[in-house]
Design a binder for this molecule. Structure first.
Ligand SMILES: NC(=O)c1ccc[n+]([C@@H]2O[C@H](COP(=O)([O-])OP(=O)(O)OC[C@H]3O[C@@H](n4cnc5c(N)ncnc54)[C@H](O)[C@@H]3O)[C@@H](O)[C@H]2O)c1
Length: 339
């Protein structure tokens, strides 16, 4: 098969993770690098020994010079719409960093445009491509805890980023909660129905805008999911994957977001407390659905070659983004929002 020609747009911090994967994929040729700050593109050329790549500050000029098959969109969230739309309209498949877009209107237009031009548009949701979450989901699918009724997740991290996040509105919900909310859809195999959310910027926050939120979602399959999170919580941090409790009608599972998972199921009822038993959560081989960015980028390139649809395609991932924007709307209006 011929090499897939890729132009990467947005050569900041995160682009290194993409280029690290791409440099070990013989089927990928990074033919161009674009950044509005030319020095950022030059730095990546040096760091990744990409001396044959065309670099520039204007995306259209680099596309004309390279005629790529694929755009990797690693720009900041506010630029995702413009870069993705330009790539799709040019006739490229687009793989973008999360979040899909900076508004639902933009997201809808991006997904519709991808369909119209017949190109793949997908979003990195690297926390889905994690062996632990795959193992958890496999266990839940086994039915050992019965039908899922309730899911809680806690995300508490004191992250001093500097840069665009310090000044971004809805920074927690838009830039981070998208991972957790997407994980909630994956874990429950359900989609959002409604949400009530409170968002705020706690005393002592080093962010300009709200960095904490609590949201209650009603999901399909009669599941209630609560999200609690903060990006300015000092001490006793959770993992980046959040801490989870999943309750079924026959038992519960706790997951710390890392390698620790435990489950208890009912073995006898009738007393004040049911008799419970710890059960093993078996190891699970998730095949190539692991590896974070690496797993997702490999899947995307394979899909470009074969015409398959990636798991995190825009049409599906827009449902995770809708969880973000409906929470933001609820926080703004103080009302329950139906999706
Ligand atoms: N998946 C993850 O775990 C994860 C982790 C961190 C960041 N991200 C996401 O990655 C994206 C980039 O984040 P980052 O931390 O690398 O940010 P960053 O600020 O370090 O880099 C962004 C780069 O994009 C460039 N840029 C901005 N607008 C542009 C435009 N219109 N055209 C070309 N270049 C443009 C900037 O000059 C900068 O070099 C964001 O969407 C962020 O949410 C994802």
């Amino acid at each position: 098969m011929s090499k897939i020609k890729v132009v990467l747009v947005g050569c900041g911090g995160m682009s290194g993770a993409w280029l690290n994967v791409a440099k070990n994929m013989p089927e990928v040729d990074i033919v161009g690098l674009v950044d509005i700050v030319e020095d950022n593109a030059k730095r990546k050329v040096k760091d990744f020994d990409l001396k044959d790549a065309i670099i520039g500050t204007d995306m259209k000029t680099v596309l004309d010079k390279t005629n790529p098959d694929v755009i990797f969109n690693c720009t900041i969230p506010e630029a995702h719409y413009q870069v993705t739309m330009e790539g799709l309209r040019y006739g490229c498949h687009v793989f973008s960093e999360k979040p899909l877009a900076d508004s639902m209107e933009h997201a809808q237009e991006m997904v519709e445009t991808a369909e119209k031009v017949g190109k793949i548009f997908a979003v990195i949701q690297n926390r889905r491509y994690d062996p632990n979450i795959r193992r958890l989901r496999n266990f839940l699918e086994s039915g050992k805890i019965g039908k899922i009724t309730t899911v809680n997740s806690d995300f508490y991290i004191g992250a001093h980023f500097g840069g665009f996040r310090d000044h971004m509105k809805h920074v927690l919900l838009l830039d981070m909660a998208i991972h957790t909310l997407d994980a909630a859809r994956f874990i429950t195999a359900s989609d959002p129905v409604s949400v009530y959310c409170k968002e705020w910027n706690p005393y002592g926050s080093w962010y300009d805008h709200d960095a904490s939120a609590v949201a209650i979602y009603e999901m399909t399959n009669n599941i209630v999911y609560t999200y609690r999170g903060s990006w300015c919580a000092e001490g006793l941090n959770t993992t980046w994957e959040s801490e989870w409790r999943i309750i079924g009608d026959k038992g519960s599972v706790k997951w710390d977001g890392g390698g620790n998972m435990q489950a208890q199921i009912v073995v006898e009822t009738g007393g004040f407390f049911s008799k419970l038993e710890n059960v093993e959560i078996p190891p699970f081989d998730a095949g190539d659905k692991v590896g974070g960015h690496s797993g997702l980028i490999k899947e995307f390139i394979r899909c470009v070659q074969t015409g398959e649809i990636p798991e995190t395609n825009g049409k599906d991932n827009i449902k995770s983004l809708a969880m973000v924007f409906s929470a933001i709307e609820s926080a703004g209006t103080g009302k329950l929002v139906k999706l």
